[in-house]
Ligand binder design. Structure first.
Ligand code: FES
Ligand code: MG
Length: 600
């Protein structure tokens, strides 16, 4: 007796089976189930297969996405896990985003991917879903969509790539991409060498091999409780990664089928203030990517009734209590394969647990608490290793990431102080050198006219690369050191923008200034020669103009006036939607209409 032969209609069928996949949305439920079954049988399924719970598997493989190059193997292993648990796996595609192949920037498309994910989960009959992704924007986009769809889901990441080797040195994407390029710009290495290293920087499929955004987000999903402990770090090419996939398939069935002993578990069941606190602790302890700040705010914005809502101040206040323990690039020296061998996130949580900053009582997707899950790893990491430090000998004492505020950034901005090259810049003031756009910067950065004006004390300001400005808030915030200064041996300068930087980058780079220049934030008003000051201990950032506050006010009136006079042509398509509804960085740069309704 197939489900479609139920004479009582779909709602009854759903009540009988407890399965969301039997829900229909048309008047004649019985006929629509009959029709659906007829069509899927075109793929060769039997009634025995089709009468089981259905687990969707999101396949984000693409020829343009080497970070997801192992997805076909992972889909197969998830399918095996689902089948071993008696359910039917059905893979389906969504769009795929790779950092280097998403013009103008992958961030511009993150919200689109979240919409694709949410709507395809909602549209298709499935009882639970496995989200396979890895590259920077994928994991947050999938979580945002799946939280809003709110059916049982588990993240499965593709895992980090291995390291390559150049002249006997380990290299990996993409902190080393940047350091070799910096050396090339400074004239320290030649064109032949820069091309030789190019072959080695990305030696396998998988996500960037340092603590960049992809690795950070993978680890945060473990901390959030939406992926089993130990699932973030196995390399993309390892047998362990395949076993994680099989296990994910099994768990997906378990959480998606309701019975007397067990209710289904959805992401909104798991995500609370406490789980976000755990994720933020792990973010600081990893020395993780600044991009994770934007993504966490966007993810939290999808959870209804998060009380109080997550803000930038939570990022800063939790950071003050959290030491940086994981010695990976760009804050430290190791690679993801080292972190995995040292025990990964569970080993890190073991170090953090005695500090009483984690909420071990937080529920996870397994139905057990984070503390219960962590207990499974007791004694497993009692071997010498140097990658995960103890709280008594941290890599950085606290506040790897800080949030600064002041008249230049009333709604905040972010700095990864653990990756600052020259600590003197943490308390610094100097004259602004302003670029009005990424194009302006590219054109003038190395020009002789600019070289004559610059010193190592100058503060480089880049306007117009925020969510609305560019659009999509590109990773252009790490303004290169101007060649003239680089050749004099200057390796770090204070740099400020409303954009982002890659999680694999470092330097005294202040990011995510809100409100951004394109919507008239104070950043838009800064001109060459204004004095910009930063005091990280005080969490302050300010701009001083000759003429003081009155001058700021005068420039603002002028800016508003020019805006009013400017003819704004209709912008069609996704770009129009993006520019008119994207929120500022301090709200995660989600679309305003995608955030959760409270009291949902
Ligand atoms: Fe995909 Fe770095 S480019 S994770
Ligand atoms: Mg990146």
């Amino acid at each position: 007796g197939g489900v479609a032969s139920s004479s009582e209609g779909a709602e009854v069928t759903r009540r009988e089976t407890g399965l969301r996949s039997r829900l229909t949305s048309y008047g004649d439920d019985e006929f629509s189930l009959f029709l659906r079954k007829a069509f899927i049988k075109g793929a060769g399924y039997s009634d025995d297969a089709l009468d089981r719970p259905i687990i969707g598997i999101i396949d984000t493989s693409s020829g343009f996405n080497p970070c997801h190059g192992n997805v076909p193997a992972l889909v197969k292993a998830v399918e095996r896990g689902v089948q071993l648990s008696g359910a039917l796996p059905i893979p389906f595609p969504t769009i795929s985003l790779h950092e280097s192949f998403a013009h103008p920037t992958s961030m511009y498309l993150r919200n689109l991917m979240s919409i694709d994910t949410e709507e395809m989960i909602k549209a298709q009959p499935m009882d639970g879903v496995v989200l396979i992704g890895g590259c920077d924007k994928t994991v947050p986009a999938q979580l945002m969509g799946a939280i809003s769809a709110n059916i049982p889901c588990i993240s499965l990441v593709t895992g980090p790539m291995l390291t390559g080797s150049h002249q006997g040195r380990r290299v990996g994407a993409c902190t080393d991409c940047r350091s070799y390029w910096k050396d090339y710009r400074a004239g320290l290495i030649d064109i032949e060498e820069i091309w030789r290293v190019n072959d080695e920087l990305v030696p396998t499929v998988g996500t960037c091999g340092v603590m960049g955004t992809a690795s950070t987000m993978a680890c945060l999903v473990e901390a959030l409780g939406l992926m089993p402990l130990g699932s973030a770090t196995p390399p993309a090419t390892s047998a362990a990664r395949i076993r994680v996939a099989e296990n994910t398939g099994k768990l997906a069935v378990k959480i998606s089928v309701e019975n007397e002993a067990r209710k289904c578990i959805t992401p909104q069941d798991v995500l609370t203030r406490e789980s976000f606190t755990n994720a933020i602790v792990v973010l600081h302890a990893l020395g993780g990517s600044t991009n994770a700040v934007v993504h966490l705010l966007a993810i939290a914005g999808r959870v209804p009734n998060l009380n109080p809502p997550l803000t930038l101040d939570d990022i800063d206040s939790i950071g003050r209590k959290t030491p940086l323990l994981v010695d990976l690039k760009p804050s430290g020296s190791g690679y993801m394969e080292d972190f995995h061998r040292a025990g990964g996130v569970p080993a890190l949580l073991q170090q953090l647990a005695p500090l009483s900053i984690l909420h071990l009582e937080a529920l996870t997707i397994t139905g057990r608490t984070l503390g219960d899950e962590l207990a499974n790893f007791a004694g497993k990491f009692d071997y010498p290793q140097e990658i995960i430090r103890t709280p008594s000998s941290p890599l950085f004492p606290a506040s790897a990431l800080v949030v600064l505020r002041g008249n230049l950034a009333p709604d905040g901005c972010v700095l990864k102080q653990s990756a600052v090259g020259n600590p003197a810049l943490l308390k610094h003031s100097g004259p602004a050198v302003v670029f009005t756009s990424a194009a302006d910067m590219a054109e003038r950065l190395d020009s002789p006219e600019l070289a004559s004006k610059l010193t190592a004390d100058s503060v480089l300001v880049l306007q117009g690369i925020g969510p609305v400005g560019h659009p999509g808030m590109p990773e252009a915030g790490m303004i290169p050191i101007p060649k003239a200064l680089a050749k004099q041996g200057v390796t770090d300068m204070l740099r400020i923008s409303d954009g982002r930087m890659s999680g694999t980058a470092g330097g005294a780079v202040i990011l995510h200034v809100a409100p951004e220049a394109a919507v008239g934030g104070p950043l838009a008003l800064v001109q060459d020669g204004d004095i910009i000051g930063v005091d990280v201990d005080e969490r302050k950032i300010w701009v001083g103009m000759v003429g003081g506050d009155a001058e700021i006010e005068r420039r603002k009136v002028k800016w508003d006036d020019e805006q009013r006079k400017r003819i704004k042509p209709r912008v069609r398509g996704y770009e129009g939607l993006y520019k008119s509804t994207v929120l500022q960085a301090d709200q995660g740069a989600d679309f305003d209409w995608l955030r959760a309704n409270d009291s949902e």
